[in-house]
Every structure is written in structure tokens, then in C-alpha cells.
Design a protein around this ligand. Sequence first.
Ligand code: FES
Length: 323
Amino acid sequence: MSGGVLTLAVRVASRRAEAQGICSFELVDVAGGVLPAFSAGAHIDVHLPNGMVRPYSLFNSPSERGRYMICVLNEPGSRGGSRAMHEQVAEGELLRIGPPRNLFALQPQAPHSLLVAGGIGVTPILSMAEQLAAGGASFAMHYAVRSRARAALLPRIEASPFASRVRLHCDDGPAAQRLDIERLLADAPDGTHLYFCGPAGFMQAIRGTAERLGWPAARVHSESFSAVVAGRDADEAFEVLLSRSGRTIRVERDCSVTQALAAAGVDLPTSCEQGVCGTCLVRVLEGTPDHRDLYLTPAEQARNDQFMPCCSRALTPRLVIEL
Ligand code: FES
């Protein structure tokens, strides 16, 4: 995946309102061909008409080779990506997308899978349910929403062959049906693998409960596309040394590497600035990056020989990068 960023040309075959503030988009190959295969939990990077690049999880069944289905929540607080999808992408529109990538894959050996979705986080979780059901695997799915009106893809779920394995939890409904994370995790059968996706507070609550109940990290899997670029209180300043020019540039604690480089007159191509598109990839020759991107796989990150300067930082006082 490292190196140049390959894109595919797709057409919006259909779009429809799925729930309050949520639209789905059906993307097909412009020439009507098959699309690259994907597995449940995969996402694509969509290159938006306004120049932004945003990742969206595929929610359809991986067995479908002729289309990719994504759902987009129009978030008032977004930096413009979801708004551009809602306001500028109509049926018939041509888009460029990155090929599917999966950083949230199902573990095939799991004796049972517990899938938990919060709001728009239902998209990768639904694809997982499709794949597990198709393979005859043991699983249960829980879908937590603020209200039924905000529950995307509900008709699709309710009409699916696995509808009886899905429970909907509405925040505005009776207390007895609300999501009880503690009980859900405590009652899971031995060896269960947990998969969850949703808003930040939901993610924290599930991760914290799993840790407290002693779930092994190897059986806890999650994906979040939010707050990737957010600074952390413990962030410290560090230096980057540019191997070709020999220049050293200081990156302050509240500044990204790309911002520090730009301020020093060193322009690096960027696109998403969220660590998802791969445009800014740079080789690391010395030092240890603090990877915060969603582009490199865990194995690629572990090699520490490349990083995404739009969002990642350093664990060592200095990084030598190939620039
Ligand atoms: Fe997209 Fe850095 S600009 S990963």
C-alpha cells in the first residue's frame, strides 16, 4: 500500500436518504466492470469534489463485486467532508476513490463474534454481520442509536436473514432496552472476539469496560475515524532533520510536522490531513515515529521506516526523514 496513491474511477449509481442526516451512496465502476474485492470492515478513501479525502466504511456484503455501498452522516461539526458528500455528490456523479483497505478485519478463528455499533459506526459492523452470516459463523450484533429516526440501514437489517441476531438499542426508548455494555461484555461466551465502531464516547466506554473486565487485547477490535489528528495533552516538541538538505526543523507541541515544514518553506503534498489518504507519506531514516494515521497497516507502522507527517509525531527527540 505504501508508495503512490492508486485511485479508481466510480460513478454514483444511486443515493438515498437512510435516516435523519444520513445518506447512502452506491458506487459502481465507470465502465460497469467488477470492482476490487474487499473483506468486511474495509473502507475506501473518497476523493471529494472540494479536494478533501475522507474514509468511509463499506456496508454491503463482501460477496458483491459490482458495487461499493457507503453511508455518510452529515455532521454539523465536520470539517466539510460529510457536507460535501451530501451537498455536492448527486446520482450520476463521477468520483475517484482509493481501493478498499482493511484495518478492522474479522478474525476467522473466533468461536463467537460480538459486533457492537454506535450510530454511523454501523457501516463496517453490518458488513461484518453479512460476512459472518454468509459463512455460518456464530455472532450477535448490537446497534445503539439515539432514536429510531437516526438509525441508518434499519430496513436492510430487519429484512436480512440474520435479523434475529441483531438487537436495536434506542437512547430515547425504555430503560430495559438500552445498551448495557457491562452486561453485554460480562455475558459474552468464552473466547468471543469483540468488534466495535461508533462515536468517541461510545468507543471509550466499550474499550474501558473491556479493559476493566479483563478482556485480552487480542480479542478486542475497534475502528474510529474521528479525532485522528487531535493533539494530545502529552504531546511534546521534537525535531525533524531533512536528510537531503541537512536542515533541522523544530515541530512545536501544538503543530503538525507538515505545518512546521510549510512554515519553514518546505512544501509537502497533502490531501486529507487526517492520516487516511497516504499522500504525505515520507520515509523515516532514524528515530521512532508516533504513528497516528489510519493509512499504514499495524505491520507497516511497526517497521517505523515511514510515517504520515500530517498527523503522526515522534517518540524520540529527533526524526531523520528522507526529504
Ligand atoms: Fe492524507 Fe497525510 S495528507 S495521510
